[in-house]
Write a protein that binds this ligand. Structure first.
Ligand SMILES: [Cu+2]
Length: 134
């Protein structure tokens, strides 16, 4: 008899835990709604990109469509570099070694897009990266 009560208590405990998980899930979705209403638009997807001779790191950036993106571009090379994404009119100035610059845009469509350096010869030398919008 007591064994059976124990089993029932165990089932109740599982039910309570399951209910708690359920409410936790709805609670987190509620808080995400709160953050989007608080800032009027979604938080920017902040990404740091480092440029050197002749590469970007990371070489692939993945962002969400329709959500603002903020790229902080740092030149850790020895000559000026810039960062362009033609499809979204992203174009930083050519910044000197040791400098950084920030560019913001909102990717309006999904796909893969080329990130490249427009300084003469840099793209050909391999200074390219890929933006994936999903
Ligand atoms: Cu460059």
């Amino acid at each position: 008899m007591s064994k059976r009560l124990g089993a029932i208590a165990g089932l109740l405990l599982i039910a309570v835990v399951a209910a708690a998980c359920g409410s936790g899930g709805s609670g987190s979705s509620g808080s995400s709604g709160q953050s989007s209403s608080g800032s009027s638009s979604q938080a920017a997807q902040r990404i740091e990109v480092v440029g050197t001779e002749f590469a970007y790191n990371p070489g692939t950036i993945t962002v969400k469509q329709g959500q603002p993106v903020e790229i902080v571009f740092k030149n850790e090379g020895t000559v000026p570099h810039d960062l362009l994404i033609d499809e979204f009119n992203v174009k930083t100035a050519a910044i000197a070694a040791g400098q950084s610059t920030t560019v913001r845009f909102t990717p309006s469509r999904a796909g893969q897009f080329k990130i490249y350096c427009a300084e003469p010869g840099h793209e050909a030398a391999g200074m390219v990266a890929t933006l994936i919008v999903e």
